[in-house]
Design a protein around this ligand. Structure first.
Ligand code: NDP
Length: 265
């Protein structure tokens, strides 16, 4: 039987995961299907259970379901536990396992661009993706790590879960910073991301977790208008997928070629 994989989210039609996993499969001579599954807000748990009941082998989970995927799992990896959010699910020995590969994906891609130790880092946004990258960034020994969170309840939970970070509202942040990471869903939602000009004048390296084929994302354009070096999250997307592929298939695919192919689309 051909192994079945999928990504669930809402929205999810934009996902490049099917393309990436099929490229990895071709490279490693695996035969599999990988589909996108649009899931309604109140149907996530039911859809996950049905997927694995119907012999699904592995599931990626994207916004806004990462915390719910974590809550569903009966076994979680150490890094997933720290994140409190999951993007990769599979079943082993009748247990639902969860991991979070966003953090390692980001670090692997950032290593292409900058040296991480001793950096003053600002993360804007406090959703599932932000939770997945905080611990791996702390492990890289930054000088400081500040998270901008506009929701007071979420800020309280973040301070509890990650005592080594600073948590602030955007208006309270002044910098300077060496690295700014946009972890908001503003561009997907078509909303403005109000990052004050003051934090960009010291020309920090800017990284947008969001990505767009053919076009720079709004945050990358904004950062470049201040002459900051800036990249989008396509590299992270490929790296986090490679880690999920490794978890499911036990083989680590090469990422550079896949990333180059996506940049040419
Ligand atoms: P979530 O929906 O879980 O969280 C989004 C966060 O963004 C929330 O904290 C939300 O605040 C905040 N936010 C949304 N709009 C604005 C705005 N206009 N101004 C300030 N804050 C805002 O999404 P994820 O964390 O899963 O994903 C975030 C982004 O990261 C998405 O663009 C996603 O595509 C990208 N991503 C990329 C990956 C990659 O591999 N490149 C991997 C994972 C995610 P509030 O809670 O108050 O609404």
């Amino acid at each position: 039987m051909i192994s079945r994989f999928a990504v669930m989210g809402n929205p999810v039609a934009h996902s490049l995961s099917p393309l990436i996993h099929q490229s990895f499969a071709q490279q490693t001579q695996k035969i599999l299907t990988y589909e996108t599954m649009l899931v309604e807000e109140d149907e996530f748990e039911e859809q996950v259970s049905a997927f694995f009941r119907q012999h699904g082998k592995g599931l990626n989970v994207t916004s806004p379901f990462k915390q719910r995927a974590f809550a569903m799992a009966t076994r979680v990896t150490a890094r997933c536990k720290k994140a409190g959010a999951a993007n990769t699910l599979w079943v082993a020995e009748h247990r639902l396992w969860a991991d979070n590969t966003d953090g390692v994906g980001l670090i692997n891609d950032l290593n292409r661009h900058i040296e991480l130790p001793d950096k003053r880092i600002l993360i804007v946004g406090a959703g599932g993706a932000a939770r997945g990258i905080i611990s791996p960034l702390l492990d890289s020994k930054p000088a400081s790590l500040t998270v901008v969170c506009r929701n007071d309840d979420k800020a309280q939970v973040l301070r509890r879960d990650f005592p080594h970070i600073l948590c602030a509202r955007m208006a309270e942040v002044s910098g300077p910073f060496d690295l700014i990471i946009n972890a908001t869903s503003a561009s997907i939602l078509g909303e403005d991301l109000l990052i004050p000009q003051e934090v960009l004048v010291s020309k920090p390296f800017c990284y947008d977790l969001a990505y767009q084929l053919n076009n720079a994302t709004p945050f990358v354009r904004y950062a470049k208008s201040f002459s900051c070096a800036a990249v989008d999250g396509l590299g992270m997307l490929v790296e986090q997928a490679a880690e999920a592929f490794y978890l499911w298939h036990g083989v680590k695919p090469f990422t550079e070629q896949v990333l180059m192919q996506l940049r040419l689309i």
